[in-house]
Design a protein around this ligand. Structure first.
Ligand code: NI
Length: 226
């Protein structure tokens, strides 16, 4: 499932973040790349332990915890502390798949990357290129979202970022270990959860709503892992 999550951050939060990011010192993005993806990765990053990254990361994680669409779609078990990158002057990231496992800095905890997320800080009219392209069996999906919006996509996919030929593209990127590892099962649960919310909003409680809710809850019991 490829899902845009609108307005994760408010415009005030975005402009505050932009001031902090503009003032920070950036390093070569290859620091967090695996051996193979380092050959195709060309961007700048904030160091993982940079105070700005930690502060903005907290803001993002708090916002996501209160975002019903994110929680329902991702069924998050663990979220990697958000990282930040910048593309400009023709920089790009060639086709790659994200590493399956990530060590959380400082704690040494491992997370399995089920979902990848990109949260945009630049407005689409501020830069040329810089599209995130996600490949799946339905073809190529081009993603370029308004500032403060986020795309959620399966980490199992091949993806790349096209060269930024004008302006600068700032974003945050991170991974989620879901309580439900399989994308197909997670999508089915998301559809059922969406259906029961909409049914309840339209008609209130009913025998049909009870059956959909029961199916949702029992599929969760079947598929959720620690
Ligand atoms: Ni990637």
């Amino acid at each position: 499932m490829l899902l845009p999550i609108p307005e994760v951050l408010t415009s005030e939060q975005v402009s505050e973040a932009r001031q902090i990011l503009d003032a920070a010192e950036w390093v070569d993005g290859r620091v967090t790349a695996g051996h193979q993806s380092a050959q195709t990765k060309d961007n700048m990053q904030l160091p993982e332990n940079h105070p700005a990254a930690r502060q903005l990361g907290e803001t993002i994680l708090t916002a996501l915890g209160q975002n019903p669409l994110f929680v329902s779609a991702a069924l998050p078990a663990r979220v990697f502390p958000p990282l930040f990158n910048r593309y400009q002057g023709g920089q790009s990231f060639g086709t790659h798949v994200d590493n399956a496992i990530r060590q959380v800095p400082a704690t040494g905890h491992r997370i399995r990357t089920d979902l990848s997320a990109t949260l945009f800080f630049s407005r689409p009219d501020e830069y040329e290129g810089g599209e995130l392209i996600v490949e799946d069996t339905y073809g190529l999906h081009h993603v370029k979202l308004p500032a403060g919006h986020m795309i959620l996509y399966p980490s199992t996919s091949l993806h790349h970022v096209t060269p930024v030929t004008r302006g600068s593209r700032l974003s945050s990127f991170f991974w989620i270990q879901s309580m439900v590892r399989d994308d197909g099962q997670r999508t089915l649960l998301f559809d059922l959860d969406t259906a029961r919310r909409q049914l309840f909003a339209r008609e209130g409680k009913s025998a049909e709503l009870d059956l959909v809710s029961k199916s949702f809850a029992n599929l969760m019991r079947m598929w959720v892992e620690d």
